[in-house]
Design a protein around this ligand. Sequence first.
Ligand code: MG
Length: 405
Amino acid sequence: MKITQVTTAVIEANFDWTLVRIDTDEGISGLGECFFAPGLTATIRELGECIKGRDARQIEPLARKLVRIATPTAAGGAVHHAISGIEAALWDLNARALGIPLWQMFGGRFRDRVRIYADCHAGDALESFSPVIAPRRPFWLSESAPGENHGRGVDSPEAYAEHATAMAKAGFTAIKFDIDLPSLANEDLHARTISPAQLARQVEVAKAVCDAVSPDVEVAFDCHWRYAPSDALRLARALEDLPILWLEDPVPPEDDDALAWVTQRTSTPIASGENRYLLTGVTRMIEMGAVGIVASDIQKVGGLGEARRIAALADARYLPFAPHNISSPVGMMASAHVCASIPNFLAMEWHAASVPFFDDLVAGRDKPIIQNGYISLSDAAGIGVDLDLDVCRRYAKRDEPFFDD
Ligand code: MG
């Protein structure tokens, strides 16, 4: 079963949902998805040339070959986003070739439905960002539609609580809010400090949300790597009396020691890992106890196999695995199979509540894909969904190729 071509399409959603399709000489294809990056599809196509003509059954050797190719130019960089999508497409392709669900390829499933947590970043309106995180208005959004809510629509504690209650009504048992935004007057973000007024606001918001939905719904808060360790610790300690699921990325993402310093001084669970690449990128973080929860991004970290290896290392330290995720249904379904196949799964992110066509992009399963806060997995082959190409084409980014069209 030889690889004949590796092609891409990009859906312009709240992020650039970058899809990879791998075709073979036996007429079987597989689908994968990558976390966005500038210039990503050109990288995918170049890497695709390196595996053209190769045996598509060699998933792990081909993925390792691509990591080796990337090492001199981009060890640890966004090239791993591209490899993640290609590797995921190979898994899907092989499962489809065998006519079995992906979870079976991974040795079985610990659960037949996967718990999803809803990211409640800001208001209800769509926020969309380019690959360099520049706010944009998608081409398909009508002039009259609300959108571009980049000024952060939700900033009173009551508004946060209302949003949390709506998500609880939708069936979610876990949700996440950004707690580092909006920034207040006189705050200097470059200094990585939390002003007393900001800390008071953060505690008030967290309390309002927990009061509104706990204990039925667990609540996490994201800090986006913003704070110095001492300030991050003040926030973590100020939240200790609340039943929060985790505090995410309180300090900049590169330094295991800074992260460990915070994690080991608070009873608030600390989650991190979405910026790390490959198993080697999280080994020290996990082994030194720098996190309470491992939050790798499966479309970025190096592939589905690499995510499973990271989850296994986390499991050996009794740490739960709660993947970060901003992807389309293609990436979410692949990740759901990974999450079903590991023992130490906690919850997987869904970042697309404001994208109106999320469910429409794919066919071949019950809709909505997320029901009562869970994705169920069937015996359907591969990731269990096919693209609806007409819908995908409607929302495809204009200056990008659309597979082999
Ligand atoms: Mg995050």
